[in-house]
Structures are given as structure tokens and as C-alpha cells.
Write a protein that binds this ligand. Structure first.
Ligand code: XIL
Length: 373
């Protein structure tokens, strides 16, 4: 009896260790616990609970949220004297109730900003100081309202051209190059604890990446607190290469900023726009050739998507010291903006959950990358 006891203990011990090792996590947030947080861009139907199925998936799978549209200037500040806080308040409450890392998207952008912002009451373009004042008032009002609750702000969105030069937006034309530094300063003054991000698409491409690196270095040299770079990652099955992903992550990590994969989706539909763009101004006419999977996704493409997601997550995990968050731009394929961009009315399949809310092969493939090998 006395000699048998230790061996029984040993068996129990071995069994429990074995059980914990083989019980792979079944949710994204658990699978990547300790590596990075996993987010989703959420729409109003989801965070108000009107889309109960969507809300359920978000609560079960994700530990971070980004508002797909609710905090953009045209929605939160549609008229000079009108702030519409109702939906943004509900968004932040949703994130808090579910103990999520809450992201603010975004403060200064050339899109989804009303035209009045740039004009005086006679319709004439503003000059530098009045526009700076408007930017400051807006940033202060919005950031202060959610101080300590929204943990990370996309301060400036998409300031660069493909060649790495600064985009000729009205912000740049009217204020000048320092509009970017000013936006970060105003955000920092409003909430000194918040993470502040520069966010852009196709910065995996070298010329634009170099532009982003120069921009970050320039901000750092002036003592402007930029904490992270958001690599939007609206990508395809073939672009960017894994080498580009590696090089991009390493290059930003070297600057001492966090790398956030801020808007991930993988388009499986034929490319129409220039490879790698996410420019909202692109709008191409619907043609059946451009919508080949209207009746369902062939298994070969489903598997290719799963493989591509797995390869990407392997890169993110390898760089887990730098990568702090991976956020998908939507939850189910039906929600994705890619059903309407760059062509309106397509049937798109870029995410991990299908139109009925079921996990796709890509979901399993992503979970698998986190499993102990
Ligand atoms: C998109 C939203 O998903 C759409 O619902 C909206 O109509 C247009 O904007 N880059 C960004 C996001 O930073 O804000 C964009 O979101 C997608 C491209």
C-alpha cells in the first residue's frame, strides 16, 4: 500500500499535466493570452446588442474592440455645435462591460470628416490657426470624454501617399506638415495615459513604409509621444509576402514603438483596385466576373485562406514582443466592408466567421498556430 501511493500520485500528476497540455483553447482571446490581445471592429448593431449573434461572438472570442464607424468625426461631431455621443457612449460601455481593451478610431483623417470642418461660415477654406483650433477642440472634447476608458487612440489615419510622401489632404494644405505632431500633442494633453497610434494601410510596401518610419522618427525627435504604429493589414491572398510582413514588423519594432495589426482582413476576391490600397475613394462598377463566389466559397479557396491566416499569425507570434494587438476588421463575412469596397454589392469572405456566424477553416487554422507544438 505504502509503495503504491506515490505511483498513484504520479499517475494523477501525469494525467493532469497531459490533460492541460492537450486541452487546446477554443477561443481566440484564450489562445493568444500572454502574446497579444485579439480585437474586432464592431458596428452599432453589434455593440447595442441588436445583432445578438454578432454580439455573442464578440464577447466569446475577443478581448478588444475598435468602433468601425461610431467615433469617426462625421458621426461623433456631425455639425459645428453638435456632438452625437449616444452611440459612442454605448460603444465604450459595451467594451467595459465585457472587460475589453477599448480602442478609439480615429481623430484626424481626410475621410469621413464633414466638409464644414475646413470652411468658415461663408464656405471659404479656413486658414491655419482656426483649423488648428477646430482640431484641438474636437480632439480634446472626444478624448477627454473617454479619458482612462479608451486606452488607445488612432490619432492620425492615413497621412501618407504610396511613395511615402505626405498626402495632400486639407489638413496638410491648410495647417502644414506639423498637423500630425499637433494632433498627437492635443491627444496627449487630453489623456496623458492613452496609447497614441499612427495608423495606415499598405505600409508593408517599402516606399510607404520608409515614409512611415521617417514620420515616426521625426515625431520622436520632437518628443511627441507616439506609442504605436497601426499596420491596417487590408491584405489579399498574395500581397504582401511573408517577407514583407517580417520586414515591416521588425522595422517598426526597431523604432521602439508597439506594432498593432489594426484592421486585419484578407480579400479572396479578384483584385480590382491597385494592389494593397485601402483608399476609400476607389469605387468600381459591379461586374459578375468580379464577384465569382456569390453562391459560396470553393473549398480550395477556403483552404488557401486558412493557410494564409496561419502563416500571418506565425509571424505575429514570432514578433509577440513587438505585436501587442491583432484586430480583425469585422466579425462575420456578412459584416465586412469588403462586400461594398472597392466594388459595391460583392459577396466577400475575408474573416474568420461565415455569414451564419460559424467559425471557418481559417478560424481553426489561426487557433492552431497558438497551440503548443
Ligand atoms: C471603413 C468601414 O469599415 C466602412 O463601414 C465605412 O463605410 C468606410 O470605412 N481604413 C480605415 C477604416 O481606417 O476606418 C475603414 O473603415 C476601412 C479602411
Amino acid at each position: 500500500m505504502t509503495t503504491q501511493l506515490p505511483s498513484i500520485f504520479l499517475m494523477v500528476l501525469v494525467a493532469s499535466v497531459f490533460a492541460t497540455r492537450t486541452e487546446a483553447p477554443t477561443t481566440l482571446k484564450d489562445a493568444f493570452q500572454g502574446s497579444f490581445v485579439i480585437g474586432a471592429a464592431v458596428n452599432a448593431a453589434q455593440f447595442t446588442g441588436q445583432d445578438a449573434r454578432g454580439a455573442g461572438i464578440i464577447k466569446a472570442q475577443f478581448n478588444s474592440v475598435t468602433p468601425e464607424n461610431a467615433l469617426k468625426w462625421e458621426n461623433i461631431h456631425p455639425l459645428p455645435d453638435t456632438y452625437a455621443f449616444d452611440l459612442p457612449d454605448q460603444y465604450v460601455a459595451f467594451g467595459e462591460q465585457n472587460h475589453m481593451f477599448i480602442v478609439g478610431h480615429n481623430l484626424v483623417w481626410h475621410n469621413q470628416v464633414p466638409d464644414w470642418v475646413f470652411r468658415d461660415k461663408h464656405g471659404k477654406l479656413l486658414t491655419r490657426d482656426p483649423l488648428l483650433k477646430r482640431m484641438r477642440d474636437n480632439v480634446r472634447t472626444v478624448v477627454r470624454r473617454y479619458k482612462g476608458r479608451i486606452k488607445s487612440w488612432d490619432v492620425v489615419n492615413e497621412a501618407l501617399n504610396e511613395d511615402g510622401t505626405l498626402r495632400q489632404s486639407l489638413w496638410l494644405k491648410i495647417i502644414g506638415e506639423d498637423y500630425i505632431a499637433k494632433a498627437f500633442q492635443f491627444a496627449h494633453e487630453a489623456d496623458p495615459q492613452a496609447e497614441l497610434t499612427y495608423n495606415d494601410y499598405s505600409i508593408e510596401n517599402e516606399p510607404k513604409r520608409n515614409g512611415a518610419i521617417a514620420l515616426i522618427k521625426n515625431l520622436q525627435a520632437q518628443g511627441i509621444p507616439v506609442t504605436s504604429v497601426g499596420v491596417q493589414s487590408h491584405i489579399s491572398l498574395t500581397w504582401p509576402s511573408i517577407d514583407q510582413e517580417e520586414a515591416t514588423t521588425s522595422a517598426f519594432a526597431k523604432l521602439g514603438v508597439k506594432v498593432v495589426i489594426s484592421e486585419l482582413d484578407i480579400d479572396v476576391l479578384p483584385r480590382t483596385a491597385k494592389q494593397g490600397t485601402a483608399d476609400l475613394d476607389t469605387n468600381i462598377k459591379l461586374d459578375p466576373k468580379l464577384n465569382p463566389y456569390a453562391d459560396g466559397l470553393p473549398d480550395s479557396v477556403q483552404q488557401a485562406l486558412a493557410k494564409r491566416y496561419a502563416e500571418l499569425f506565425a509571424v505575429y507570434l514570432k514578433h509577440r514582443d513587438a505585436v501587442t494587438r491583432v484586430t480583425f476588421w469585422g466579425v462575420t463575412d456578412g459584416d465586412s466592408w469588403l462586400n461594398n469596397w472597392p466594388v459595391k454589392g460583392r459577396t466577400s469572405y475575408p474573416l474568420l466567421f461565415d455569414r451564419t456566424g460559424q467559425p471557418k477553416a481559417a478560424f481553426q487554422a489561426v487557433l492552431q498556430t497558438a497551440a503548443p507544438h
